[in-house]
Design a protein around this ligand. Structure first.
Ligand SMILES: O=C(O)CCC(=O)C(=O)O
Ligand SMILES: [Fe+2]
Length: 282
């Protein structure tokens, strides 16, 4: 079933243990260790790129459109912080998310996200015995929509490993930029984060040109990242596949409201007992 849309001759993700499978895993681990990111080109068969684009474009109007003032840690912006803390830098977040409950069950991105062979491949790429789908009923798989003139400013993700796929590219702009492993589970590294937010961190930033159907793996909880302003007539669309190492991870009530304009009972229930792998700020 997976081979309907993934080029399994080129990327035999349905054959764990096969030498070609192992080669992809080794290469991905190497690139995650050194560059902090791996892009697997044309992961989705090129003949399906138009379906992929259209499926995203069809649901894009269902995104929650509300420009917000945010900080890189997704802390409420009135959170008391010491002077000079990078969380005091505020930015305009102009992207909008289509939530998981709006993604049709037969969409390519949803079939991929829930596929056991794909999940096993992803886990192996990150050196994990297995990954869990984010337990969050809205953010587990969403479409990130960045309309012309908008951007997705510097931030860290709540989930530790990020898997994504651009489904529609803008005419220009909309560049993915990231600072590999700028923080770790042990250290926030506010000094470098502050430099990037202040525009003094050029030496820490890597830039990627992503194309529809490419699969991207990176560590969004540890790598500060942003998408630069989108230019031209077309919006930029990205499917965000959220997996976690531990089961049961649900977004906070405050962040969920920021992203989707609503919360579900699962978010309220998780409040107070949120599961995270470390003590870092959200
Ligand atoms: O759209 C992208 O490529 C990045 C999205 C992102 O960073 C996020 O949704 O957290
Ligand atoms: Fe992100």
């Amino acid at each position: 079933m997976l081979d309907q849309f993934v080029d399994t001759d080129r990327y035999p993700i349905d054959k764990p243990g096969d030498p070609a499978w192992q080669e992809e895993i080794d290469r991905t681990r190497r690139e995650l260790d050194t560059v902090g990111c791996r892009v697997i080109p044309d992961f989705i068969r090129p003949e399906l790129h138009e379906s992929l684009r259209r499926e995203g474009a069809d649901i894009a109007p269902l995104a929650y459109y509300e420009t917000e003032i945010v900080n890189a840690y997704n802390l409420a912006i009135d959170t008391p912080l010491p002077a000079g803390h990078p969380g005091t830098t505020t930015m305009e977040r102009g992207n909008a998310f289509v939530a998981y409950d709006r993604v049709p069950a037969d969409a390519i991105i949803r079939r991929l996200y829930t596929d056991p062979a794909f999940q096993h491949f992803i886990a192996s790429c990150f050196g994990l015995p297995r990954v869990h789908e984010l337990a969050d009923p809205l953010s587990r798989l969403c479409l990130n929509v960045i309309n012309p003139g908008k951007s997705h400013p510097w931030h860290f993700d709540t989930n530790e490993f990020t898997v994504s796929m651009v489904t529609q590219t803008p005419e220009s702009g909309g560049e993915f930029q990231f600072c590999p492993n700028i923080r770790s589970a042990e250290a926030e590294n506010f000094h470098d984060v502050r430099a990037v937010l202040a525009g003094r961190g050029e030496h820490l930033i890597r830039r990627l040109t992503l194309r529809p159907g490419d699969l991207q793996l990176f560590k969004g909880r540890y790598s500060l990242h942003q998408v630069s302003p989108v230019r031209g007539a077309l919006a930029r669309h990205t499917a965000i596949f959220a997996y976690t190492e531990q089961p049961g991870v649900v977004g906070s009530v405050a962040r969920t409201r920021q992203l989707f304009g609503r919360v579900l009972p699962e978010h309220l229930a998780a409040q107070g007992g949120a599961v995270r792998v470390d003590q870092l700020l959200d």
